[in-house]
Design a protein around this ligand. Structure first.
Ligand code: ATP
Ligand code: MG
Length: 415
């Protein structure tokens, strides 16, 4: 090693579980967000922005102290003023907090959508990061099953427009109303108590605090016990049955395929009625691409008035990984090769006019002039425009047969 190399300052490494994106994956990420932004407008969801940081109580109170997210996964710290702050691990609690503190009740029912980064202290692996990103859609202040159905049809159309609905299944369950859920919970506790000796350690802890979570345990020890547990169906009140019936009728009417999964529960404590996941077998263990449900209890947990609400979130990275290989078209409309520097001003004018007319355009104007044409030809574009001199006069040559190339040519010829 040379002297000055060993003197170099070591480069700090990125935080474990974070990702830098450039090129193909960044393009896929942007494609997911752009598609989401387009589709959410079709469904009349307003854009909402909420802070990345919230007082820790926003999540601790609304998510429930016993959930994995709150007990193990939160990035919490004290700020310089001694306030307990948490980097948001999900959107719903922050949006619910904003709904209460801003008096957004006046807009109820309020349909909102957002996307951005979230933080969870998890074991990083494929499709699982410590900083990841979600798309999120919520309907606050509606107790209608039509809101649940609308959100699901929105999610289904989004996945179709992303071209990834093939092999993705909507699985649906009901967690009933408070009365159904309490009765079911008691029956589950009785069932699991009978198998205490065979449950995993994690599930034993859940038995006291959050017995529903044993149902979706991935531990092979728990699986037969969870599979043998009673379904909620026998405990559903007629109101809860009607609610679920109205959601599924809405899906059927819109032509959205769904499957009942009586084992599906959401990780968070505040869910009521509808719970759902869009799942795929194309991502290995990280098979859930979009999940959500009705959280009628959450806003009250945050000290707000009783407010029915329903929503979903989808991992952007997981959606981006599912996109087809050829989905991103990075082809420019035009690329300009400046073959003679005396014509640089003409080329720059063509570049400016093309761009301001809405044509994605790049210019090759550096390096040896003789090599610029070949360099430009290697850049994927509809039209290849060379600007040079012929017989002492400025000369523009344009290649490319597509409609887009012809439109670009018309703009340049009109200069
Ligand atoms: P999982 O069972 O995979 O841990 P979850 O139940 O914790 O998911 P939610 O809190 O419902 O997930 O979040 C919704 C979606 O966000 C997930 O379906 C997934 O696509 C994505 N997601 C959740 N955690 C991560 C993570 N650590 N990295 C990347 N994406 C994630
Ligand atoms: Mg998780």
């Amino acid at each position: 090693m040379s002297k000055d190399k060993s003197a170099r300052i070591p480069t700090p490494q990125p935080v474990r579980g974070t990702q830098d994106m450039l090129g193909d994956f960044a393009d896929r990420f942007a494609y997911v967000v752009e598609t989401f932004e387009r589709v959410r407008r079709l469904y009349g969801f307003k854009r909402v922005e909420v802070p990345v940081i919230e007082p820790t109580a926003v999540f601790a109170r609304s998510l429930g102290e016993t959930t994995d997210v709150v007990s193990k996964e939160m990035y919490s710290f004290e700020d310089r003023g001694g306030e307990g702050i948490t980097l948001r691990p999900e959107f719903t609690a922050g949006i619910a907090r904003a709904y209460v503190t801003n008096g957004w009740q006046q807009f109820a029912p309020l349909k909102v959508a957002t996307h951005g980064p979230l933080f969870r202290y998890e074991r990083p692996q494929k499709g699982r990061y410590r900083q990841f990103h979600q798309l999120d859609a919520e309907v606050l202040g509606s107790d209608s099953p039509l809101a649940d159905a609308e959100l699901l049809v929105f999610a289904d159309q989004l996945l179709k427009e992303l071209g990834i609905s093939e092999g993705v299944t909507l699985t649906l369950n009901t967690l009933g109303d408070a009365a159904s859920r309490d009765a079911w919970r008691a029956a589950l506790v009785e069932h699991f108590e009978g198998h205490r000796g065979d449950l995993s350690e994690d599930s034993l802890a859940r038995l006291d605090k959050n017995p529903l979570r044993i149902l979706d345990s991935k531990d092979p020890k728990d699986r037969p016990i969870a599979d043998g547990a009673p379904d909620i169906d026998a405990f559903l009140t007629s109101e809860a049955q009607d609610f679920f019936g109205a959601v599924t009728a809405g899906l059927d009417a819109a032509g959205v395929a769904w499957e009942r999964n009586a084992r599906l529960v959401r990780g968070l404590d505040y869910y009521r009625h509808t719970a759902f996941e869009f799942v795929t077998d194309r991502l290995g263990a990280q098979g859930t691409v979009l999940g959500g449900g009705r959280y009628d209890g959450l806003i009250e947990n945050l000290g707000g008035p009783p407010t029915p609400a329903v929503g979903w979130a989808a991992g952007i990275e997981r959606l981006a990984m599912l996109l087809a290989d050829d989905i991103i078209d990075n082809r420019l409309d035009a690329v300009i090769a400046v073959e003679d520097d005396s014509q640089l001003a003409l080329a720059m004018r063509a570049l400016a006019v093309l761009r301001s007319s809405g044509f994605a355009t790049e210019i090759v104007a550096s390096g040896s002039p003789r090599k610029r044409f070949d360099k430009a030809a290697k850049i994927p574009a509809h039209a290849l425009i060379s600007v040079g001199t012929r017989d002492g006069a400025p000369h523009i040559n344009i290649r490319g047969g597509s409609d887009r190339a012809k439109q670009a040519e018309a703009v340049v010829r009109a200069l």
